[in-house]
Design a protein around this ligand. Structure first.
Ligand SMILES: Cc1cc2nc3c(=O)[nH]c(=O)nc-3n(C[C@H](O)[C@H](O)[C@H](O)COP(=O)(O)O)c2cc1C
Length: 330
């Protein structure tokens, strides 16, 4: 719709500045409840499904990292998303890595980022969610992480503290142990570490669904062991995948997302589905940009999908478009 007009303006800006501008506009829409409701009435596409005991108006969600501080839940609903995953939120606020830390690769329809969990912290995000003027009628999940200066031996405390603060305001939580931009974080993707971590968070979030999000590089026996440990410790479902570990244009470690991740994420979701069997909720994310890639992710075994990078290239109305296409072609 209107996005082709705005895209050249946004792409003339530094990617993080463009992101902040787009997010600020989205946050304004989120505050204007009658306008958000009007947008929703015109744009959103209903294709309801129940997953993990939650009612989703459609299968297309906003992936973690786009709205790290929960500033625009009503706007995501207005744009036709079926759910949102806010965060990743850490117990204490942190600034993230030095800038520049986000790059576009327009030709490959990819993004590189090394944000490093820049966020307002669990208290601020919890307070924001507690005083939402209008809580949109779709599942609001929150992704939780650890602060960069917390050693992995004390990671359990960070995840538990973040969960204590955020679970009361969320419909589901996600444990993020798969960002490549917090040094050492991915080392938590082991059966040993995850057993305790999931148990600690589950103890706090009780009956609320708890997902765990993994990296695309985790595969084979290691993947099987960690999935078994998570599910045995009480995880409700799995999200695959986070970004690919890559090198930024500034020669630093970063994550790569978008089209280059598409086939790998789809393959990993297929592998996860085989390992966990049918019946365990699975969210597929990575490189979804059109009806074909959305359908491929569902065919691989995902119950729900999420998008991030394609929003940058195609705009926010993509969510409703995908929801419509999925229903039309099922
Ligand atoms: C700039 C940026 C920041 C991200 N931050 C987070 C985050 O905080 N938590 C998280 O779980 N995933 C984060 N992600 C990963 C996305 O949620 C998603 O897993 C990944 O981008 C693959 O999906 P896509 O190809 O549709 O972008 C981030 C991705 C990008 C591009």
């Amino acid at each position: 719709m209107l996005y082709p007009v705005f895209r050249p303006l946004l792409f003339a800006l530094d990617p993080e500045a463009a992101h902040n501008l787009a997010l600020r506009s989205t946050a304004i829409l989120s505050q204007l409840t009658p306008l958000a409701k009007l947008f929703h009435a015109v744009i959103a596409y209903s294709d309801p499904i129940t997953v993990a005991g939650l009612a989703f108006p459609n299968r297309v969600g906003l992936a973690g990292g786009m709205d790290k501080n929960g500033v625009a839940p009503a706007a995501w609903w207005a744009f036709g998303f079926g759910f949102v995953e806010l965060g990743t939120v850490t117990p204490r606020p942190q600034a993230g890595n030095d800038k520049p830390r986000m790059w576009r690769d327009v030709k490959r329809r990819a993004l590189f980022n090394r944000m490093g969990f820049n966020n307002d912290g669990a208290d601020s995000v919890a307070a924001r969610l507690a005083k939402l003027r209008f809580r949109p009628p779709f599942p609001i999940g929150v992704s939780i992480g650890k602060n960069r200066d917390t050693p992995n031996e004390r990671a359990e405390d960070d995840y538990r503290i973040a969960a204590e603060k955020l679970a009361p305001h969320a419909d589901f939580l996600t444990i993020n142990v798969s960002s490549p931009n917090t040094a050492g974080l991915r080392a938590l993707q082991t059966a040993d570490a995850m057993g305790g971590l999931v148990k600690a968070v589950k103890g706090v979030c009780g009956a609320k669904p708890l997902f765990v999000k993994f990296a695309p590089e985790l595969t084979g026996d290691e993947l099987k062991a960690v999935l078994d440990a998570c599910l045995a410790a009480g995880a409700t479902g799995i999200i695959g995948t986070n970004t690919l570990a890559a090198t930024s244009p500034t020669d630093l470690p970063c994550g790569e997302s978008g089209r280059p991740l598409k086939a790998i994420a789809c393959e990993r979701v297929g592998e996860i589905r085989k390992l966990i069997g049918s019946g365990v909720p699975l969210i597929g994310v990575g490189g979804i940009e059109d009806g074909d890639s959305a359908r491929a992710m569902l065919a691989a075994g995902a119950d729900l999908i999420q998008i991030y990078s394609a929003l940058v290239y195609k705009g926010p109305f993509l969510a409703a478009k995908l929801a419509r296409e999925l229903k039309r072609t099922r």
